[in-house]
Each structure stands twice: as structure tokens, then as C-alpha cells.
Design a protein around this ligand. Sequence first.
Ligand code: FPP
Length: 250
Amino acid sequence: MSQQLPDRSLFPKHIGVIMDGNGRWANERNLSRTQGHKVGAKVFEDITRYCAKIGIDYITFYAFSTENWKRPLKEVNFLMSLFDNELTRAFKLKAQNEKDGICMNFIGDIESLPKTLQILINKTRTEKKETTKTVSTIAINYGSQQEILNATKKICEEYKNEKISLDKLDVSNFNNYLYTNEMPPVDLMIRTGGEKRLSNYLLWQSAYSELYFTDVYWPDFDTDELDKAIIEFSNRNRRFGDVKEDKFES
Ligand code: FPP
């Protein structure tokens, strides 16, 4: 049953999503893990469309981590071909997506992906425009520790070449060296599938995220489930290290 969403001013501006549970969802139905991923890809599309409809500025999906290469080759190959198919579809729908206010974006170590996938990513990526309602980002071959390390290396290089002075470096401009440099921090981090960890995902960007864990497997996650997460987010008391009490008792 759908519930009443709060006023848009109370929406998270940026939602991060760890789409977990595809394999278990499939196992419980005597299906192959790959079928779970296939249904998961459809859910990704539905949730992106819904975000544009209700006005979530940014949503960033964890599709493949730098550690996912450790999975059986058959599963990795399947996921790569699933990404190929999904992006081919997104490319065909590019004009429609732009009309619907969806901007497609990608983060991660794209250059180490198979060449065909790199080409598709470059063809599918769109620019953020005045008419954009949601920026839907797919994190693929993404690892947060690697991202932070690479940012640090770039800064060292710039320091060595006297392009940056260390006293000018702060939390805000460190952000410029990350894949997410044009995005606001993650307000709400959703993980489906029952595990309660961040798994090397957007660690810098989620410093003050509200964390939302649900047992629902990703293939069963739908717009009602997203509504629930947004409603819970709107009821959280975010303090960012500050205090909100009127009185201070010693
Ligand atoms: C985690 O579930 C899921 C993944 C590693 C893959 C996620 C990819 C998709 C949902 C496809 C999305 C496609 C696009 C283009 C965004 P798991 O396999 O770890 O599940 P388990 O924990 O139940 O085994």
C-alpha cells in the first residue's frame, strides 16, 4: 500500500543504493543467480523513473564493485553482458529518458572495463541540463577506498607541480578530486538484502548519511519500499555533529 510522501523539501537530495540480495532472491525461487540480476536490472529502471517522477535530484546505484571480480567467472561474464544489454536499452531510450528528465551518469574505474562496455557507457552518458529531474548514476567497477587513494595521489601530483598549496586543501575541495565531484553528499544510503555494511561504497560521500537497511531483496524492492525509506529519512533527526536542544544541562 502506498503511503503519503513528505513535502519535497524533506526529501533526500542524494540517495545511494546498494542493490543486494539478487542471488538469494533467485535461490529461494529455484532460479539461477543470473535471473535474480536480470530482475534487479528491471528494478533499477523502475526506481530511476520513479525518482524522476517524484523529484529525487540524485540517485547512485552500486552495480559492480572492484571486489566483485572475485566472483565466479561465469557470473562476472553474465553481469558484464547484462550491463551491455541494459546500456544498449538505455541508449535506445536516450531521447525519451532526456524528455523524462533522466540524466544517466557513471562512476568507477571505467577504463578497466571491457572495451565494448566502455563504448556503451560513453554513448549512454548524458549531460545534466536545466530540465533534468534526476541524475541516475551507475557505480561500476567502483571502490571507495581506491577513489580516495586516487584523489590523494592526484593531490600529491599537483602539490609536486606547485599547482596546489596544502593549506588551501579542505574537505570541500578534496571532494573535487572524487568521481562524485559534481554531486551533493549522500543524504540517505539504502542497502537491501539484510546485510548491515557499506562494502566500500561512497565512504567519503556518506560521512553524514542516514543509513537505511531493509531485509527486502533488491528484486522485490519497489516504489512503495522507496517511499518507506524516504518517509523514515524525513523523520530522522539530522544534527551533523551539532546539538539541537534548547537547554544545556550540566
Ligand atoms: C548484489 O546481489 C548485486 C550485484 C553484485 C549486482 C547488481 C546488479 C544489478 C542489480 C543489475 C543492475 C544493472 C544496471 C545496469 C544498473 P548479490 O548477487 O550479492 O546477491 P546475494 O547477496 O543474495 O548473493
